[in-house]
Design a protein around this ligand. Structure first.
Ligand SMILES: [Ca+2]
Ligand SMILES: [Ca+2]
Ligand SMILES: [Ca+2]
Length: 241
């Protein structure tokens, strides 16, 4: 979930479905307008669906609130016996959300996607310890000036870095490795110079690799630093075994 920068709408993604719900969280009722769907569905954003399996996860907004960066990452299972949920597309999508208007009835938008960049696949290209669940690109964070997007990739054990100011499509400019197993969520320090990434599994240890030490990878994001875009330390929650 994420609230638009102007505080007017709450967006809710779904890893099992192609809809993003837009909920009106600002009551605009006035003398000549009754905001009948306040605290209800304002709009449904549909993303183009060329696969039987589709889903959406992390979001980030441009500073002006006009653009939504959305991760396409369905929940799939390569061991699904029905074969119905074995494949899905993973990508960073760019959506023009300036067209969403406050009305009184739900509206469906199916043409807001204006940019696209494919990412590494999910469970189809899993690296490191075998991961049954397909997270793919799970969460996204923008640099303070809005020119870079950092995307945690759950199955690739990496952070993908995109330039957002070169074209309408995000452009992959770097892949940061050396993280733990299953990077899931990430956040930048307020000054933009350090990125913290939570690794869901982190490190595995023990006679049968059955002990999990979840970790946080600390990445240097200061462009003037000699260790720019490298993991500089790892914080480990050490369990006994
Ligand atoms: Ca409203
Ligand atoms: Ca409304
Ligand atoms: Ca893995």
């Amino acid at each position: 979930m994420a609230v638009t920068p102007d505080g007017r709408f709450l967006l809710v993604t779904n890893k099992l479905y192609d809809n993003i719900y837009v909920i009106d969280v600002w009551d605009d009722t006035g003398d000549d307008f009754i905001d009948a769907n306040f605290h209800d569905i304002e709009a449904i954003i549909q993303v183009p669906n060329h696969y039987s399996v589709i889903g959406t996860r992390g979001m980030a907004f441009s500073e002006d609130g006009q653009t939504l960066y959305l991760l396409l990452a369905p929940l799939i299972r390569y061991d699904d016996p029905t074969g119905q949920r074995r494949y899905g597309a993973e990508a960073v999508l760019v959506l023009d959300i300036s067209r969403i208007e406050d009305g009184v009835e739900p509206v469906i938008y199916d043409d807001l996607v204006v940019g696209y960049a494919a990412t590494a696949r999910g469970v189809e290209e899993d690296v490191g310890n075998p991961t049954i669940i397909s997270g793919g690109p799970t969460n996204i964070e923008l640099s303070p000036d809005g020119t870079l997007a950092y995307v945690a990739h759950y199955n690739d054990n990496s952070v993908h870095v995109y330039r957002l100011d070169l074209s309408r499509d995000p452009v992959l400019v770097d892949v940061i490795r050396g993280l733990g197993e299953e990077p899931f969520d990430l956040t930048l320090a307020p000054d933009g110079n350090t990125l913290f990434v939570a690794n869901y599994v982190g490190e595995l240890e023990g006679p049968t690799q059955n002990v999990v030490h979840s970790t946080v990878s600390v990445i240097d994001t200061d462009p003037l630093s000699p260790t720019y875009h490298q993991v500089v330390t790892t914080l480990r929650n050490r369990d006994a075994w």
